[in-house]
Write a protein that binds this ligand. Structure first.
Ligand code: UDP
Length: 368
């Protein structure tokens, strides 16, 4: 008889892990520090009837059919294609960079072929390391210094509180550059927003006779009470090991919720502010589920150095420290008694679908 298993964290990684284990016949105890499930994709219905994402905008997108089928078991999804505008030189310009971005910023009409030539010329005039060594190099090698400075440089300084040359190339690779007129933020095959919200979706993932849930309980205060067969840990990596290799940095946010007595505030769900103001972006939530109200609610997003851990910070120092922790993780995972899954526990800049995929793969491997 296998003993019960413990999952630490009821976010997407924890809920996926718990569900797969429960469906495989194991008893699972999920322990969550916060007083709610769904981790950082937690959302709720605001009094205007608009669904607000408490920890900032979450748009589900994936190319992985298995992941898409999995989430669709727990919630219907509303069709939504994310479009972002960037406030540059007092104008709202389509972002990520595509043919229309260049047309609007420079006031020139170019064909797709001419956009390619234009970007080549921009890159040729620019200085960067080849192959790229950092965030700046990746962007400048694709679009040149002028576009880098208009859209990326100051946003990145604001968001991460450091020079883009200190950040890993991987951060920049999240953002595509297109020479056609596709102005969607993501080009994945499957995209959408859970119709009744992420919280509901995660609640349904956790609704299983083999799953018990403890909310508002810090695992580190109770872990001596359990001797589980398997512990799936999804919290901060450095905390698990009592910071033996030093603290890993996590970037946080302050989200200021503003309710407005007008139907719409901005023309799309997200507007980025690279060069002006202290916030990085404004999200207007009613667009995600096309919710109707005579009022609107938006989040102003201000990056913070300390607080609830939202982002890992991909500098060389942090990634080297991560390696030391990951060696410890490997040792523990080899015993078969632990798995580390998710953005915080693997210290990886995962998207939601990648978190689910990682949980699926790791649990399946463990259950073999
Ligand atoms: N970024 C930028 N300008 C923008 C949007 C993004 O320079 O208008 C950079 C910035 O460094 C940001 C990174 O690209 O942190 C990744 O952007 P993404 O939209 O994926 O950030 P997330 O949604 O994860 O906050």
């Amino acid at each position: 008889m296998l003993k019960a298993m413990v999952v630490v964290g009821a976010g997407l990684s924890g809920a996926t892990a718990a569900r797969i284990l429960a469906e495989a016949g194991y008893k699972v105890l999920v322990i969550e520090r916060l007083k709610h499930v769904a981790g950082h994709c937690y959302d709720y219905k605001h009094e205007t009837g608009i669904t607000v994402h408490s920890y900032g905008p979450h748009i589900f997108h994936t190319n992985n059919k298995e992941v898409w089928d999995f989430v669709n078991r727990f919630s219907p999804f509303v069709y939504y294609q994310h479009r972002v505008l960037s406030y540059v030189d007092g104008r709202l310009i389509p972002f990520p960079i595509n043919r229309d971005t260049i047309a609007q910023l420079f006031g020139i009409e170019l064909s797709t072929y001419e956009v390619e030539e234009f970007l080549e010329k921009e890159v040729k005039k620019s200085r960067y390391n080849d192959p790229p060594k950092n965030f700046r190099d990746v962007v400048v090698s694709q679009v040149g210094e002028r576009l880098y400075e208009a859209f990326f440089k100051n946003y990145t300084i604001k968001q991460w509180g450091r020079d883009p040359e200190e950040l890993s190339p991987e951060v920049a690779r999240r953002i595509p550059v297109r020479t056609n007129r596709d102005d969607r933020y993501f080009s994945d095959k499957y995209q959408g927003i859970p119709k009744y919200g992420y919280t509901k979706m995660v609640e349904r993932m956790l609704e299983h006779e083999n799953i018990s849930l403890l909310l508002g309980v810090d695992y580190f205060e109770v872990r001596d009470l359990f001797k589980p067969k398997l512990t799936v840990y999804t919290g901060e990596l450095d905390r698990f090991f009592d910071y033996v290799h030093g603290e890993l940095e996590y970037r946080s946010l302050r989200l200021e919720l503003v309710e407005m007595d007008q139907e719409y505030y901005q023309p799309v769900a997200v507007v980025n502010y690279p060069n002006d103001y202290d916030w990085t972006r404004i999200t207007e939530y009613k667009y995600f589920l096309n919710e109707k109200s005579s009022r609107t609610v938006v989040h102003f997003e201000y990056p913070l150095a300390k607080g609830e851990p939202y982002y890992i910070v991909m500098t060389r120092e942090n990634m080297e420290r991560r390696e030391k922790y990951m060696k410890e993780v490997e040792k523990l995972e080899k015993t078969g008694e632990y798995l580390f899954i998710g953005r915080l526990a693997e210290y990886k800049y995962y998207n939601m679908d990648q978190v689910i995929e990682a949980a699926m793969e790791k649990i399946k491997e463990r259950l073999k």
